[in-house]
Design a protein around this ligand. Structure first.
Ligand code: SF4
Length: 98
């Protein structure tokens, strides 16, 4: 539940040379996906949050780690790995439905 500490300040995006919002998005998705009441929307949330991030023009994460080092709430890069896992698993399930 460390991801729940994210306050949405945007410092991670400002520090990233790619202007990636993966730490913020990863924190929000990981937090909500880990809640019992968040499970019902887990797959949809994972896909739509990544789509929204891409459509807004944020860059991709290249694991530099500047975001983690400036985060005032000590959100860890682990939330990006979790976001990637949830996104790819959800996308694959969506593809296999057809
Ligand atoms: S810097 Fe940390 S607290 Fe601020 S938006 Fe990014 S992940 Fe959230």
């Amino acid at each position: 539940m460390d991801a729940a500490a994210c306050i949405g300040c945007g410092a991670c995006v400002a520090a990233c040379p790619n202007a990636s919002a993966m730490l913020f998005t990863g924190a929000k998705v990981s937090h909500l996906n880990s809640l019992p009441q968040g499970k019902a929307e887990k797959e949809r949330r994972s896909v739509l949050m990544v789509q929204a991030m891409d459509e807004a023009g944020f860059g991709g994460c290249t694991n530099i780690g500047a975001c983690e080092s400036v985060c005032p709430k000590s959100i860890k890069l682990d939330v990006i790995a979790q976001l990637n896992r949830d996104y790819h698993t959800s996308s694959l399930k969506k593809i296999l439905q057809f």
